[in-house]
Design a protein around this ligand. Sequence first.
Ligand SMILES: O=C(O)CCC(=O)C(=O)O
Ligand SMILES: [Fe+2]
Length: 346
Amino acid sequence: MTDIYTHTVFDITKLDKKAEDGTQFISLPIKKDTRVLKPTKEDLTVSEPVTPDKIVEKLKIYGGCFVKNYLPAEDCDTILNDIMPHLDAYHGAGTADNFISQTTRRVGGTCVKSKTAAEKFLAHPLNIAVSDRFLSKENLFRLGDDQVVTGLSRAQHNSCITFAVGPGSEDQPLHRDDILHHNIRKYMETYEFGGETAVGTALALKKTSKECGATRFIPGSHLWDHYRTPREDETVYAEMEKGDCFFMLASCYHGGSANTTKDYERIIAILFMTQGTLRQEENIFLGTSMEYFKSLSIPALAALGLQISQPFCGWYEHEDPIKKILPESGYDYPQFKDVYKIDPKD
Ligand SMILES: O=C(O)CCC(=O)C(=O)O
Ligand SMILES: [Fe+2]
């Protein structure tokens, strides 16, 4: 019995075996799904003239697609100039795991640190149109016995992180970004709308190649269930020229890759949109002073939503907000509740 509503942790079978560092081995349910897509770069690239319909079609089939010349080079330069001082001030917060390499720098809040990012990248008509197709909702609601109202909830900004992936950065484990929303995916034969919680666009602020660690992704993995193993030999590298963009559903497996160059830093801005309903009803953050938050207890701050929702939701400058609000308190909250090793790897 648990007092927390949950599903999938009950699918973990603990094995009688531990790794050298003490990590518990487990097994997971195995679902047979051998579908592999091997699209060419051309298959994955939206043809001119680029329209929301064409992008949506590619995303339904592959989970990711490329748009050439999404933003002019000058806009990329302006965004990079706006963000560079913040990247230079990066001190490696939250690098205590294998998810972000020590030689990778990253800055969140790109759309509030760069007006060009907000106006040209976030408010890009293709981003708005495509995100709304996957994430917006319009519904009717009954009020009393004789009235119906309707409401439109549009896609909204979820995050926009600029990554500077330096030489020596390693392959990031393949993952789905919608784990932050605890989105448990079901096997799909063909794409069904309604279950997506985020849609991403990765903008190349500089040329990005396999050598410098381009994002790699698994075409078709947005149709997989929660348990299928993501394999390296199924990945495609999102190599792009400056100003090109890669659209990706958050349900698609992907990861940043190893930068094997000697001196070339890969710089990319990754924007995610989410459902307009994935927020608190009341916006208590706008207009509330830091002093007020500092005066509150940790349980009150956590209940207000200022504690990370594990694994990845609600951070401020890549850290749990309570750590920022009460730096002297010794408060620490892990990113993951438990970490296991899968055995056998199927
Ligand atoms: O570095 C990249 O290209 C991707 C990074 C990423 O997927 C992440 O940090 O969630
Ligand atoms: Fe990711």
